[in-house]
Design a protein around this ligand. Structure first.
Ligand SMILES: Nc1nc2c(c(=O)[nH]1)N[C@H]1C(S)=C(S)[C@@H](COP(=O)(O)O)O[C@H]1N2
Ligand SMILES: [Mo]
Length: 329
């Protein structure tokens, strides 16, 4: 046996399940296994073994590690979507959240998500489609063309931010499952896990899971964006990991987080906030400064980073993309 071979067989091969916790989490998407192997002095061993025809005797875990695809983050930015204000600081946007499943205290959501399990995660697609299916979210991320988009976000509570989401057009997923001609609405459901989300334990009488819906035309609009990343990294739990939607022309409550089910229907679905408080949340919920909330004006909004107030714009400034859909209502 040569020195290289001896070296190879004396190395302890890390098996997948023996990986430290930090590599077994979604952050493994960042983790460059090739570099890891190099640091361990193993890549050289693999190369040497291949040269001397030993590859077939190598443990398959080692070869599989060589083939692990690299992280899709950060994805290329789509230059079509520009902002009229600075990007909100990452620390602000990831520590000021609306996520009732955990708490109503916006500053505390990020501290309460530890027990929330996002691995594994599947999306069940059902209803009026030719190809109903259950999709693994990692598979979806690998197969969809990821891009980064800078979007404004406007909450019905009159706060706003501007962030770089990473994801893919909702339309791409819809085309994949082939909706039938009688599909007129798309309904999305989030999770119900009171053991992992203390807000669901406390608000027992609420109609969980949170759910939202769009017309087919809205869902197919170029702006409707399925989000899997934020600030060039996998999206944090508090912002809706592992997959949420961003609908920047609508009030924030329509942008459902942590989506588990997508369902195609022919009837307009009942939605979560509409059911809780119908007078405050209409089905469309398009940002409109002329229509006040029952308790406050919607004419201005507050930037969550600077505290600055600015004028709210119809459709949150996205009229060029969406106004045509509402012209004859
Ligand atoms: N599942 C779920 N999705 C949700 C919510 C929620 O409570 N639960 N809140 C909504 C509201 S009101 C807003 S403003 C945005 C906030 O997203 P952010 O915390 O990433 O800023 O998420 C929306 N999606
Ligand atoms: Mo919101």
């Amino acid at each position: 046996m040569t020195a290289a071979e001896a070296n190879l067989f004396s190395v302890r091969i890390p098996k997948g399940r023996e990986l430290p916790e930090r590599m077994a989490t979604p952050e493994r998407a960042y983790f460059n296994r090739r570099k890891f192997l190099e640091r361990m002095g193993m890549a050289a061993g693999v190369a040497a073994a291949t040269r001397v025809g030993l590859a077939s005797t190598l443990p398959s875990t080692l070869l599989a590690a060589e083939e692990t695809p690299k992280s899709p983050y950060p994805a290329p930015r789509n230059a079509k979507f520009t902002l009229d204000r600075p990007i909100t600081a990452e620390k602000v946007a990831t520590r000021y959240n609306n996520f009732a499943e955990f708490t109503h205290q916006k500053e505390a959501v990020w501290l309460l998500v530890d027990k929330f399990q996002i691995e594994p995660w599947t999306i069940k697609v059902r209803g009026l489609v030719n190809k109903p299916q259950t999709i693994d979210v990692h598979k979806l991320i690998r197969e969809m063309p990821l891009e980064e988009r800078l979007y404004r976000h406007r909450c019905i509570e009159a706060w706003s931010m501007a962030v770089p989401w990473t994801g893919f057009p909702f339309r791409k997923l819809i085309e994949m499952v082939e909706p039938r001609n009688d599909a007129r609405y798309v309904r999305m459901l989030s999770f119900y896990r009171p053991d992992q989300a203390q807000g669901q334990q406390q608000l027992k009488s609420w109609p969980w899971p949170d759910r939202e819906a769009l017309t087919m035309q809205e869902a197919m609009n170029d702006l409707a964006f399925m989000v899997t990343g934020l600030y060039g990294k996998p999206i944090p739990k508090q912002n809706g990991a592992p997959i949420r939607i961003a609908l920047p022309w609508k009030y924030g409550f329509k942008s459902l987080k942590s989506i588990e089910v997508i369902e195609f229907t022919d009837q307009q679905p009942q939605t979560f906030w509409h059911e809780i408080a119908p007078t405050h949340h209409d089905f469309y919920a398009n940002v409109d400064p002329r229509v006040p909330h029952p308790q406050w004006s919607q004419e201005t909004e507050r930037d969550i980073e600077t505290g600055e107030r600015r004028k709210t714009i119809l459709y949150n400034g996205y009229g060029d993309h969406v106004a045509h859909m509402y012209a004859r209502r």
